[in-house]
Design a protein. Structure first.
Length: 317
């Protein structure tokens, strides 16, 4: 049987982890798993290629390797958004025209965008670079909420470890769920992760509020289990609801209601991570009234469920 040829296109400085995501899935020989893929690496200029962690790796193939690839993988690109040599973008376009599947892991999406392969299409990248990708390439529909996007001929993944999710997904598409599960089992990983990359986004440092709002925010954060409304917040601050909303927008960049919801979700995340409290009890403690409401808010804002989030991040296991 002819093996599917996977070629990873590297660029200095190359992140070893993003490359390893692809190499482990497509390039590792396992005793109990049939080999369906051949894996190799290439670069615009063969020879020693510097990595992001200080050592160099030897790349023995140039861009001509892409001419024989069934799948081309761009495992990140540093720095994100850096200009891509025309020889590289043309080689990617040529491989795509020939019928090769073009895949980007993490910031590799910027390379596909520069090659024009994402125009008019939905794509993703690491959540830290999603806004940058959207601003630089307005014709690309950037979705920061998902682990990967696959159009069949072109695919992109979210940051770093999501490259494994995408690679396992591609294996499932090529050879079925059972074969992908064999590879995942050997990697001691779930064949498919629940949720979206939003659950991994670091909570931003709170916006700095001046003395006119800081006492109110501190008080409200200690009252999440009570019935807090915008009217009650305004009354506590001695302001009209309209004036309070204006101050929130000016100082925090959001509305009182959205700020309050964010605080409640943050508090719920902490309780899910650090306690064994039932979801219903957590919902009550953070002022979201019911488990149904907490699940609905979690799904809308984090792309997952409280149960799935706890299974991933619990510190009490």
């Amino acid at each position: 049987m002819n093996r599917h040829r996977v070629v990873a296109l590297l660029n200095p400085p190359q992140s070893p982890f993003e490359l390893a995501c692809a190499a482990e899935v497509f390039g590792t020989v396992r005793q109990d798993v049939p080999a369906h893929y051949d894996f190799r690496i290439c670069a615009e200029r063969p020879g020693p290629l510097q990595t992001t962690v200080g050592y160099a790796m030897l790349v023995d193939a140039g861009l001509t390797a892409l001419r024989e690839a069934d799948t081309v993988i761009v495992p990140g690109w540093q720095p994100a958004g850096a200009p891509v040599p025309p020889t590289v973008t043309e080689a990617l376009r040529a491989a795509h025209r020939r019928g090769a599947r073009i895949v980007a892991i993490c910031t590799g999406a910027f390379v596909l965008a520069q090659a024009g392969l994402l125009d008019g299409r939905r794509a993703t990248t690491h959540w830290r670079q999603a806004a940058q990708l959207a601003a630089a390439f307005p014709e690309v529909r950037v979705d920061p909420d998902v682990l990967y996007v696959d159009h069949g001929d072109v695919a992109t993944s979210a940051g770093t470890g999501a490259g494994i999710d995408l690679c396992l997904h591609l294996v499932r598409s090529d050879h079925g769920a059972a074969y992908a599960a064999q590879i995942a089992r050997n990697m001691v990983l779930p064949p498919h992760r629940e949720g979206s990359q939003l659950q991994y986004v670091t909570q931003p440092a709170p916006a700095r509020a001046d003395e006119s709002l800081a006492p109110l925010l501190e008080w409200a954060s200690s009252q999440l289990d009570t019935r807090l409304t915008v009217g009650r917040l305004a009354e506590r601050a001695g302001l009209s609801s309209r004036t309070l909303a204006r101050q929130f927008t000016e100082q925090l960049g959001t509305s009182p209601g959205q700020w309050l919801l964010g605080q409640r979700l943050d508090a719920a995340r902490v309780l899910l991570e650090q306690t064994d409290l039932p979801v219903e009890a957590i919902a009550t403690r953070v002022g979201l009234a019911s488990a149904v409401n907490l699940r609905r808010r979690f799904r809308a804002h984090l792309g997952t469920t409280p149960g799935a989030y706890r299974r991933t991040f619990s510190e009490t296991r």
